[in-house]
Design a binder for this molecule. Structure first.
Ligand code: G5P
Ligand code: MG
Length: 216
């Protein structure tokens, strides 16, 4: 367990493995995983005001408006308090990056660079347990019982935004909005980029990078 506070942002296209790598970071370093998409999907399942506002944007592959997301994420970060965390899915544009920087000092930014054809293949096989955010993939990380969550036994679902036309839109939006955000963090000397097709090849490199940044 790492004892100093360390705040990481993970950036990558839809389906690039941000959630998967974040879970490995959580297991290895004991920090918290704060995922915007998971928070929004949990609110959709519970049909909260936030969920009702976010639902259509997500289904269409559009960003949920900044004022809603930034407020939600900064509130979550306040709740977390003085703990190490990995931020997944936030910031998503320069306005969000600036709002975050005004509040928090980020120690490292991991970017995942996975070919789009690999991503398109992967998300076809993605199944999730929306209430918890647990993610499965047929042939890569299968549930113990087909179609059921390992922990609760509840049914798994596919994401509304994993339909091929919506995935294409999300990939295009990612390229457009995230290049400037990555350049913005690069100027601050925070970025490490990991290229590859498989999480099992990328993860050992991410682990080494974090170990080095944390001076472990
Ligand atoms: P999300 O939820 O942030 P995305 O699009 O950024 O969504 P996504 O789709 O959740 O990212 P990921 O987390 O990068 O992808 O990938 P993952 O789930 O870990 O891995 C993808 C699949 O591949 C999984 O099934 C996994 O098991 C499998 N896999 C992993 N590694 C391998 C491997 O090596 N091999 C194989 N075969 N499979 C593997 O955002 C969703 C929406 O919420 C809104 C937007 O509408 C957004 O579109 N939103 C925001 N709106 C405004 N501002 C923000 N900051 C917002 N954040 C979210
Ligand atoms: Mg994710």
């Amino acid at each position: 367990m790492y004892t100093k506070i360390f705040r990481t942002v993970i950036i990558g296209a839809p389906g690039s493995g941000k959630g998967t790598i974040s879970e490995l970071i959580v297991k290895t370093y004991g920090c918290l995983h704060i995922s915007t998409g998971d928070i929004l999907r949990q609110n959709i399942v519970k049909n909260t005001d936030l969920g009702k506002k976010a639902k259509q944007y997500i289904a269409d592959g559009q960003l949920v408006p900044d004022e809603i997301v930034t407020k939600t994420m900064l509130a979550r970060i306040t709740e977390v308090g003085n703990k190490s965390y990995i931020l997944d899915g936030f910031p998503r544009n320069i306005a969000q990056a600036e709002a975050l920087a005004a509040r928090e000092q980020i120690d490292a930014v991991i970017t995942l660079n996975i070919p789009h054809d690999v991503i398109i293949d992967r998300v076809k096989n993605r199944w999730i347990h929306a209430p918890s955010g647990r993610v499965y993939n047929i042939g890569f990380h299968d549930p113990k019982v087909p179609g059921k969550d390992d922990v609760t036994g509840e049914s798994l679902t596919q994401r509304e935004d994993d339909k091929p036309d919506v995935v294409a839109k999300r990939l295009q939006l990612y390229d457009e909005l995230m290049k400037p955000v990555i350049a913005w963090y690069e100027k601050k000397g925070l970025v490490a980029t990991f290229k590859g097709k498989k999480t099992k090849e990328i993860w050992p490199r991410v682990e080494l990078f974090l170990r080095d940044r944390m001076n472990m």
